[in-house]
Design a binder for this molecule. Structure first.
Ligand SMILES: [Zn+2]
Length: 381
């Protein structure tokens, strides 16, 4: 029989419902619905909104998920820095802090810095009370069962590292680990494209990765490797060595690192995707031309992605997300896809940019910590 957690899930999905509507949707008896809702109100998981005005014999007050029931800590680990934030349960950022720790510094230094930043943001006076959990994203595949990085190509020292245990031991709250493109994809879908249930977020920074949202949920793949398109081999580029050690990978041809190297060869020093982003922001013509060319090569692979999944949205993010990248992707994507695969497709640039992962992590944490099973368990103990 549906428990209070299932009633909360229904209300979260629908936004707000009256008691009468909960009755209708669940088919439970009036008494059972009443006891479920009372339990949720008492636990502070629901709030009642609106007036006590009675229409048709029923109070018209609406029940909503209490977005102030707790907070979420998020940490998005990027190649050169990490962003730690506190959000409410809707993913709205309350405070944020950038930590200058690089993924190459290894898991212990990075995670210790995340713990320090979390304590500073929460403030020592009230401890970690009210924090539902911490969600952390990393630039590599994550094993869906253990939350540990799974043979990440650009995260030296992180393979198999027990990230959840490290954070939970230090902070005393549950921890969730996600791939950065997965988190950003969900953030984009929930926040910028709520009416599109399928979305691919393609992150072009130091590497290239894709986050896939299908039916409103992140699709991770059997080993957490879904969307890791950066190491697809591109014909004709065997002379370029990828960070993974192989030759001719998409990331070796079209990533921020690849464009930075090409710019350096032209006498414009650049060592990272951020450097390329800075040239693009300045309107540098060489950076624009090389980024557009990178977009063309990327578009060839995105054509396969689009033909396979037929998403409603392709969102380009990361340091290279720019008009030239978008133009380049469109130049090869459309000619290489059937009209049916792209008829209702929107290809756009990320509007949330760096914050997409933060919003997505908050959504992942809330979906897990306030799932029917979690709430039923919490309220029965
Ligand atoms: Zn590679």
């Amino acid at each position: 029989m549906p428990g209070p957690g299932d009633v909360l899930d229904l209300i979260r999905e629908r936004g707000a419902l009256t008691r009468g509507e909960v009755l209708e949707h669940t088919g439970l008896s009036r008494m059972t619905v009443s006891s479920r809702i009372d339990a949720l109100l008492e636990a502070g998981l629901l709030v009642e909104q609106g007036t006590d005005r009675v229409t048709g014999g029923r109070p018209s007050r609406r029940l909503e998920f209490n977005l102030a029931h707790g907070s979420v800590v998020t940490a998005s680990v990027d190649t050169t820095h990490t962003t730690v934030a506190i959000t409410d349960l809707a993913g709205r950022i309350r405070s944020e802090r950038r930590v200058d720790v690089a993924v190459a510094d290894g898991p212990v230094r990075t995670l210790d810095a995340v713990v320090d930043a979390t304590r500073a943001l929460v403030g020592s006076s009230n401890g970690l009370e009210g924090i539902a959990a911490i969600g952390i994203s990393v630039p590599g595949p994550v094993d869906p069962d253990t939350g540990r990085p799974s043979q990440p190509p650009i995260m030296p020292g992180w393979d198999g590292y027990p990230i959840p245990e490290h954070l939970t031991d230090a902070l005393g709250v549950p921890a969730l680990v996600a791939n950065d493109a997965d988190a950003a994809a969900l953030g984009e879908q929930r926040s910028a494209h709520p009416n599109s249930r399928s979305l691919c977020f393609i992150k072009v920074s130091s590497g290239i990765g894709t986050g896939i949202v299908l039916g409103g949920q992140v699709y991770r793949g059997t080993d957490g490797g879904a969307g890791d398109i950066g190491h697809v081999k591109i014909a004709g580029y065997d002379h370029l060595v990828c960070q993974c050690g192989a030759h001719g990978c998409l990331a070796a041809v079209a990533s921020g690192r690849a464009v930075a190297r090409a710019l350096t060869d032209l006498g414009k020093p650049a060592s990272s995707a951020s450097d390329v982003g800075a040239y693009l922001a300045d309107g540098d013509p060489d950076a624009a031309r090389l980024t557009q060319q990178a977009g063309r090569v990327l578009g060839e692979v995105v054509a396969t992605v689009v033909s396979l999944l037929n998403p409603a949205e392709v969102v380009l993010g990361g340091m290279l997300a720019s008009a030239p990248l978008l133009t380049g992707v469109r130049e090869t994507l459309y000619p290489r896809s059937l009209p049916r695969a792209t008829r209702h497709l929107t290809v756009s640039l990320s509007t949330l940019s760096q914050r997409a992962a933060t919003v997505g992590l908050a959504a992942l944490v809330v979906d897990r910590e306030y799932s029917p099973a979690a709430v039923n368990r919490a309220l029965s103990s």
